[in-house]
Ligand binder design. Structure first.
Ligand code: GAL
Ligand code: CA
Length: 345
């Protein structure tokens, strides 16, 4: 299996960095050693594992005669206290820029204080601190994506399929009975994705009936378990499963498989992320669609920003929203375009 996009993204980044070095010679170089310290909330997260693999690859790819890079990555294992300690350790080890994926996105003050004391800028990613916290210091940045856009796209994908295929309304009552699998409570992507997906379905003329929802914290095994509960409660009534990410959509599919459901009695499933396993499931027609969370773009933006912050080159070439934010666009993936992103080996 190969994900085609990664290479393309890496190439673009290197070219732009070479250009940047060529034309900025008269500028003062702060230092040409970019030592990045990364800490992320939990290593069991599929999407973040893939994002960080791309980050390492792209950081490595921009090494040149002039530029030296190194990265240290720490898994916070779901503990904010551990993550605070890791930030201290990374700064003590000489990291001159930090990439932080908060465990508890509402609690970044200790980390910000530590970084400010040592004048080490922070690029937060994927788990967005609230706006007031981002104002605590002027060397704080955020790289991520707009949750609302992913929800709308998921809803539109589902609405298109429902309009094309009258079999999805299995009991022929003119309504689609649906359930939702939600990500972590308090995460900027969880509730907004659900709300906007449902709103987009309605705006596209689909009549809906919500049967239930469960929280499964982005996790495949938890989603399987929660889905088994909902199947035992609603039996054959469920026609659509909206999941806040691909891993939870796949967990829902696992639940039906375990209970030996046949294709004709399955609901349709939609995810978000376009992880390797998610794309594979779309290619295999298990997952009807997903929304690509541009991890290569996000990782590339983090690399570019880290290099610019440390070297002093290239900040003027980065496009920010509200001076500190970089949001990469999502895009829709279904069986018609999945081949552009994914191919079987
Ligand atoms: C979301 C992503 C999830 C999970 C979460 C972690 O953006 O869709 O799969 O990775 O971030 O914060
Ligand atoms: Ca129905």
């Amino acid at each position: 299996m190969r994900v085609k996009k990664i290479l393309a993204a890496g190439l673009v980044l290197c070219l732009s960095l070479q250009l940047l070095c060529a034309c900025g010679r008269t500028q003062k170089v702060l230092t040409n050693k970019v030592h990045v310290g990364v800490t992320y909330y939990d290593q069991s997260d599929t999407f973040l594992g893939e994002l960080l693999a791309s980050f390492k690859e792209q950081l490595n790819a921009c090494e040149s005669g002039d530029l030296e890079t190194a990265v240290m990555i720490r898994d916070a294992g779901g503990s904010q206290k551990t993550q605070n300690d890791q930030v201290k350790e990374l700064i003590d080890a000489g990291c001159n820029v930090l990439c932080v994926n908060m465990v508890d996105r509402s609690d970044p003050s200790d980390i910000i204080d530590l970084a400010r004391e040592h004048d080490v800028p922070i690029i937060f990613f994927n788990r967005e601190p609230v706006a007031e916290d981002m104002m605590q210091w002027d060397k704080l940045y955020y790289v991520g994506a707009d949750a609302r856009q992913s929800g709308v796209m998921q809803g539109e994908l589902a609405a298109d399929l429902i309009k094309q295929n009258s079999q999805i309304d299995r009991n022929k009552d003119g309504k689609i009975q649906y359930v939702v699998l939600e990500g972590e409570p308090g995460h900027q992507d969880a509730i907004i994705r659900t709300e906007t997906a449902v709103e987009a379905l309605r705006n596209n003329g689909i009549k809906l009936e919500k049967l239930g929802y469960q929280i499964a914290n982005w996790n495949r095994a938890q989603a399987q378990n929660r889905m088994e509960q909902m199947i035992s409660q609603y039996q054959n009534q469920i026609e659509l499963v909206l999941a806040n990410n691909d891993d939870m959509a796949l967990g829902a599919i696992d639940a039906y498989k375990k209970l030996n459901y046949t294709d004709a009695t399955l609901p349709v499933f939609f995810g978000i992320d376009g992880t390797d396993v998610g794309l594979e499931a779309v290619a295999d027609s298990l997952l009807s669609g997903t929304v690509y969370n541009d991890k290569e773009g996000q990782a590339g933006a983090m690399v570019k920003l880290a290099v610019a912050l440390v070297t002093g080159y290239g900040m003027d070439q980065i496009e920010f929203k509200n001076e500190r934010y970089i949001y990469l666009s999502y895009f829709k993936v279904d069986k018609d375009n999945v081949g552009e992103l994914y191919e079987d080996k």
